[in-house]
Ligand binder design. Structure first.
Ligand SMILES: C[S@@+](CC[C@H](N)C(=O)[O-])C[C@H]1O[C@@H](n2cnc3c(N)ncnc32)[C@H](O)[C@@H]1O
Length: 202
């Protein structure tokens, strides 16, 4: 992970109000199709840019598991949800994308947002996503477009082309929908695990 790992001293960038302009949360929530009652694992949740609105979207019968490797990021998120009194349906846990600490088949949706390009071991992360997803569940993978030279975000040589990610998922027997662009600088890929009950209509 090394130099690609997001630095906690940059956490304020994740909460920049401008981010809603170039990466609207509502568009991501729509893309992963979460509903009241959905259980979502937000892997690499950071300061909760997605976790908090997702907790509102899934409602009291739903659940958001916010997983992050770095305790500093979890502390920032913990503070934020305390202030918002949004603690009821968000569970925080320190974990690795390849070892989330979550139980098997606990999530209808796994969201990996702006994290995939930071990971060293994509195979292990994918195995873990398959383990924690219900068989009919969905992985939502959001990451930075390499063809956009945007001021926010990682350097272009850290960015992974959407088609390479799709190829990787397909090679590991995940069923993917074609990537779609979200906001100004990101792509989103929806995928179903091997042996899933349904396949994605393309
Ligand atoms: C760029 S931030 C994105 C945060 C959030 N998903 C968002 O889009 O606002 C990446 C986050 O992923 C976390 N992360 C990086 N590698 C991880 C790993 N292997 N397992 C779990 N979390 C990881 C970092 O600590 C950081 O909080």
């Amino acid at each position: 992970m090394g130099d690609r790992l997001f630095k906690p001293q940059n956490a304020h960038k994740l909460d920049d109000p401008e981010r809603q302009v170039w990466l609207p949360v509502v568009d991501v929530i729509r893309a992963i199709a979460i509903r009241p009652g959905t259980h979502v694992a937000d892997v690499g949740a950071g300061t909760g840019y997605f976790a908090i609105p997702m907790a509102q979207a899934v409602g009291p019968n739903g659940k958001v598991y916010a997983i992050d490797l770095q305790p500093e990021m979890l502390s920032l998120l913990r503070e934020k949800i305390k202030q918002l009194d949004a603690t009821r349906n968000i569970n925080l846990a320190q974990g690795e994308a390849s070892r989330t600490t979550l139980g098997p088949k606990c999530a209808d949706v796994v969201l990996i947002a702006n994290v995939w390009h930071e990971l060293d071991d994509h195979e292990a992360a994918l195995r873990e996503a398959a383990r924690i997803l219900v068989p009919s569940g969905t992985l939502g993978l959001l990451d930075w477009r390499p063809d956009k030279n945007s001021p926010p975000g990682p350097p272009s040589d850290h960015r992974l082309p959407a088609n390479d990610v799709v190829q990787f998922l397909t090679k590991h027997h995940w069923t993917t929908a074609p990537p779609v662009n979200i906001g100004l600088y990101s792509y989103f890929i929806s995928a179903r695990p091997p042996h899933s009950a349904e396949s994605i209509s393309t």
